[in-house]
Design a protein around this ligand. Structure first.
Ligand SMILES: *Cc1c(COP(=O)(O)O)cnc(C)c1O
Length: 334
């Protein structure tokens, strides 16, 4: 509808499956739980960034850029999917990764290297602080660089999640979810789901589970998401104003902070694997699922609800976190 005039380039396989997690639900004595499998978007082991990149990369191509540049943590799923998309589209790719080069590449970093992108280590700066410097360097070398925003979270990235809600509408066979629970970090997924909910007139409560308690972004996160919702509405010509009070961001599960795996994430990953044969990741979906499990155990989500958990991907980083995870006692989750 509103989106028809905005170009995208195909990078993945859609629709992603919608499945029911009946054994996990039974174990928890909780509501019906469904899962939207955006871990299966198909671009180099998948994830939610594939949706965003379909719009963002189309914009890069339209502008005639020959190089893309983006930033993230060393195990960034966004960077891995950007590197893969760049390889598909024959663009040079520069990744600015936080931290120092490890002795041995694992998980997403190993995959980044496979896509032959240029990696710049940026120490404490994992949110793109050094992008302007590298951007100018590339221009001075005669390149035409395109800046892919941190986490793919600009208006183009966000509107891809309007498509995702439309996709869900076709799959859910009349079912109305009471809650949609997902990992929220750079805000694009959150903003797009808010707009999709508005456009398709949905009643579900959108529960973003905050992944990152870092505050070194320019704006408080709630304000950033709100601004992104309203800017994205403008991009698609939608007459809608979202106010910050409507935003649900649950910060009860940030634990030790970004990428610090605790027993809650470990348990959520173990339960989802054991009962459903589905892989969650240690940084995002493991934390979001641990939030959902706690909301069920504490009675905030009840047996009469019907929940959708949006699986946003990330499993490639499991291997990089092997030292922080422990599944050696299969019955310890019972
Ligand atoms: C990036 C990412 C998220 C968060 O999505 P945002 O749009 O950045 O908020 C959640 N899960 C995984 C696996 C991700 O890679």
């Amino acid at each position: 509808m509103h989106l028809a005039h905005i170009e995208k380039t195909s990078l993945g396989f859609f629709p992603t499956p919608l499945v029911e997690l009946s054994k996990l639900s039974q174990f928890l004595g909780g509501p019906k739980i469904f899962m939207k499998r955006d871990d299966l978007t198909g671009l180099a082991l998948g994830g939610n960034k594939t949706r965003k990149l379909e719009y963002i990369m189309a914009d890069a191509l339209r502008q005639g850029c020959d190089t893309v540049i983006t930033a993230g943590a060393a195990q960034s799923n966004h960077c891995r999917q950007t590197a893969a998309a760049a390889a598909m589209l024959n663009l040079e790719c520069h990744l600015l990764l936080g931290g120092e080069a490890p002795n041995k590449a694992q998980g997403n970093l190993l995959l980044d290297q496979m896509f032959a992108c240029h990696i710049h280590w940026t120490g404490a700066n994992r949110k793109g602080e050094d992008i302007p410097r590298i951007f100018e360097q590339l221009k001075a070398k005669g390149k035409k660089p395109y800046l892919v925003p941190y986490g793919g979270s600009n208006e183009l990235g966000a509107i891809s999640f309007i498509d995702a809600v439309a996709e869900l509408e076709h799959q859910k066979k009349g079912r109305e979810f009471s809650h949609v629970v997902f990992a929220s970090s750079s805000g694009g997924t959150h903003a797009g789901l808010i707009l999709g909910k508005q456009i398709y007139n949905k009643t579900f409560e959108l529960v973003g589970i905050n992944i990152d308690k870092d505050t070194n972004i320019e704006l408080p996160f709630e304000q950033l998401v709100t601004q992104l919702v309203n800017a994205s509405a403008k991009t698609i010509g939608l007459d809608y104003t979202f106010s910050q009070e409507q935003l649900i961001l649950n910060s009860d599960y940030v634990g030790g902070g970004y990428g610090i795996v605790g027993p809650q994430e470990n348990e959520a990953i173990a339960l989802t694997a054991k009962f459903e044969g589905i892989l969650l990741d240690p940084v995002y979906t493991g934390r979001a699922m641990s939030g959902l499990i706690h909301l069920i155990r504490s009675g905030k989500i009840t047996k009469n609800d019907e929940v959708l958990f949006w699986h946003t991907g990330g499993a490639p980083s499991l291997f990089a976190y092997a030292d922080d995870l422990d599944f050696s006692q299969p019955d310890s989750v019972n």
